[in-house]
Design a protein around this ligand. Structure first.
Ligand code: BDP
Length: 700
């Protein structure tokens, strides 16, 4: 099995289970248009029932001739023509009603919209695929209407932070010809009720506007639309200069404004339901309104006005605006303050169709962050939360880290705005996620990592979804109904985030990876000494970033008072965020009773030790799942176990060298479980010093 169908592989159920299931006579489709998501739903039903239950059913479009029991799929309006009433529970946009409790053994899949009908169909099929035939009569509604993903695909076919082969959208500067993978991708997204994909990198290229590429975008949109997926695009702020030949890209310049209006007209001619524009500006070297001495709101509003004639299209304006040449010698300089510093005073100045896109934490997808304080500072501006399925800082799909528990912590966090309950999940108006699927048949580079995309979709629809339930469902759909399979994957998944945090950076110090280039392997020394602002402020005696109002950068004060009071106070700050908010001696005593440095040592040993258990756990699945995927994952987990040792020793050695406080258990220099290349008989290799030295035992 290649993995290409992800969780939609519809494995045949054992005959004993199938016997309990009804035989249906037909699928009645309440829509004849082949581009309608209702028609897509019917085709999916036909395919799924064949594969799961071995039932071959005809599609029927004639409401008078449908035989019983049938599966009927359509919108609420179409059902009303059959005399079937809507559910008593209220529908929200794109919601669905699935009823398998009818006396004539038929099934009704009713969507509030065409898209809802498709979602209900996937719900029905995924229940069957898990052998779940329990009768249901449920209405399911989304928590939010914005349920997007952002691909960071470049026109040349590379993917920024992509670890699964080249782009499925672009190659050699143009949109690809073959739309097969794009349709398969749309199917996966739609099955988890996502409704839009921004197809190109936020570090955007204006050549996207070439005639040929606009026609290409049209083909992408036409391919994805039957799956209920709309597309959006990321724009390069300076396009009027670089692509349009204008002398400026000043957002208040009339020529610039009309240039964007013209381009927008061209885009909408090809993609009339474009979902909107995503803008990264004045960020990491990108130009933006500030370049022209205008406000960020001036920039966002220019795009918003260009979009206003086109229905409900929106501007996603990213709050990821910060100075990456931060003067580190100033202890109050803090990248974590940037989003609030830049956006708070603009609240209320944005057009209605501007939505602020905020990364979940104040820095950048680290292994542990508090929620962004900007969530509590925009009162009049709508905003979405940006998370990342791409494991950019979490092992890049060479490690498996199941991220749903991390997202859940952020979504459940109560910001206490005005002293009222304000969980992040309740104050966002939508979700978007940096996704890095590529042309690899695993989609994402690691079969297990695709569970993150599945969980993202489900949490977006229902942010109260339980990470354990989700991984169990995903395991059954992706691998097998066998309980050992489900339990083993669940165990590995639920341990994976704490394991990775333990060996990659604890107590809120962030992921101690190489910060300047790859964001991958351990390089604790690279955090400080550059302008990127992911400082640890580690000295010979103390570590952590003082973000208090009293003595530090003031970041704790960007949170509402009740939350600020916790983060400001070293005794109240939870240990897991201690070094995020406070600068303390290595000998500072944690609530656990350990010193900070001993916690570092122990956690890195525990994390690395736990990573050694993953390949052993996985080995139980040999013969219970297909060999191809078994071997692929086994290889990855074995690698992860080895790399966890490198992490353990690098970070521990770095801090031992820095503070000279020995590990109480005296482990740091004995490199348990490592085999040294320099101790082997070498043929064709020579021994060289390694940079950073702590990344190799003995520096070689
Ligand atoms: C950082 C990535 C960089 C992105 C940037 C962003 O390393 O590649 O361009 O975020 O989100 O995490 O714009």
């Amino acid at each position: 099995e290649s993995g290409i169908d992800g969780w939609l592989r519809y494995a045949e159920l054992p005959a004993s289970l199938c016997a309990k299931q009804h035989q249906y006579s037909s699928i009645l489709v309440l829509d004849e248009f082949q581009t309608s998501p209702v028609y897509t739903a019917a085709k999916e039903l036909q395919d799924g029932l064949k594969r799961i239950l071995g039932q071959s059913l005809e599609l029927s479009f004639d409401i008078t001739a449908a035989q019983q029991p049938s599966i009927i799929v359509g919108t609420v309006d179409a059902f009303s023509k059959l005399g079937v009433d809507p559910p008593s529970e209220a529908f929200k946009a794109d919601g669905f009603y699935l009823n398998t409790q009818l006396t004539n053994a038929s099934v009704h899949i009713m969507g509030e919209s065409e898209r809802g009908a498709l979602y209900g169909t996937f719900e029905f099929l995924m229940r069957l695929a898990q052998g779940n035939f329990d009768p249901v009569s449920i209405v399911s509604n989304p928590s939010v209407s914005i349920r997007w993903v952002n691909q960071w695909d470049n026109l040349d076919g590379s993917i920024e932070r992509g670890y699964a082969g080249p782009s499925i959208f672009f190659r050699d500067g143009e949109v690809v010809e073959d739309m097969t993978r794009i349709a398969q991708f749309a199917r996966l997204l739609s099955s988890i009720r996502l409704n839009a994909v921004v197809v190109n990198n936020v570090n955007a290229n204006p050549k996207l506007f070439s005639e040929k590429n606009l026609r290409g975008l049209q083909r992408i949109a036409d391919t994805m639309r039957p799956w209920g997926i709309r597309i959006g695009i990321s724009l390069y702020f300076d396009s009027p200069r670089e692509f349009g030949g204008l002398p400026t890209a000043d957002p208040l310049d009339p020529d610039v404004i009309s240039w964007w209006q013209d381009i927008t007209a061209k885009v909408f001619e090809k993609v009339p339901d474009l979902v909107g524009y995503t803008i990264k500006a004045n960020s990491e070297g990108q130009p933006g309104p500030l370049t022209y001495k205008r406000t960020l709101a001036d920039g966002a509003n220019m795009f918003a006005r260009a979009l206003q004639p086109y229905g409900n299209a929106i501007v996603m304006y990213r709050a990821f605006v910060y100075n990456h040449h931060l003067d580190e010698s100033v202890w109050t300089n803090d990248r974590a303050n940037a989003a609030v510093d830049y956006f708070k005073d603009l609240d209320g100045e944005f057009e209605d169709n501007v939505i602020c896109q905020i990364k979940f934490g104040p820095i950048d997808f680290q292994v542990r962050e508090p929620p962004s304080p900007l969530f509590a500072n925009l009162r009049k501006t709508k905003f979405v939360i940006e998370t990342q399925v791409a494991q950019e800082y979490l092992g890049q799909q060479s490690h498996y880290v199941y991220i749903a528990p991390l997202w859940k912590e952020i979504l459940d966090f109560d910001m206490r705005i005005d002293g009222q309950p304000s969980a992040v999940r309740d104050i966002v108006c939508g979700h978007t996620n940096v996704l890095n699927i590529g042309s690899d048949t695993t989609w994402i580079g690691h079969h297990l990592s695709l569970s993150n995309l599945y969980a993202y979709g489900r949490m977006t629809w229902d942010p109260l979804s339980d990470p354990v339930d989700m991984i169990q469902d995903w395991s059954r759909l992706t691998f097998s109904l066998d309980q050992t399979v489900v339990d083993t994957i669940t165990k590995i998944a639920m341990e994976s985030w704490p394991t990775y945090e333990n060996h990659s950076g604890n107590l809120g110090i962030q992921t101690l990876c190489d910060i300047i280039y790859t964001h991958y392997g351990p390089s604790p020394g690279s955090q400080d000494g550059n302008g990127w602002g992911q400082f640890t402020r580690a000295t010979a005696t103390s570590i952590g970033v003082d973000r208090t109002v009293a003595t530090g950068s003031g970041n704790a004060g960007q949170y509402p008072p009740e939350v600020a009071a916790i983060f400001e106070d070293i005794d109240k700050t939870p240990d897991e965020l201690l070094l995020w908010f406070h600068h303390v001696p290595y000998t500072h005593c944690l609530k656990s009773g350990k010193t900070v440095i001993q916690h570092f040592y122990d956690a890195h040993y525990e994390g690395a030790a736990n990573a050694q258990t993953f390949p052993k756990e996985w080995s139980k699945l040999k013969g219970l799942i297909d060999d191809h995927r078994f071997n692929h994952v086994a290889f990855k987990l074995e690698y992860q176990a080895g790399h966890a040792l490198v992490w353990r020793d690098s970070v521990n050695n770095f801090y031992l060298a820095k503070c000279r406080i020995p590990d109480e258990k005296n482990r740091v220099s004995n490199y348990q479980w490592r085999i040294e290349a320099e101790d082997m008989r070498l043929s064709g290799y020579k021994i060289v010093p390694v940079t950073p030295a702590e990344a190799a035992s003995g520096g070689k």
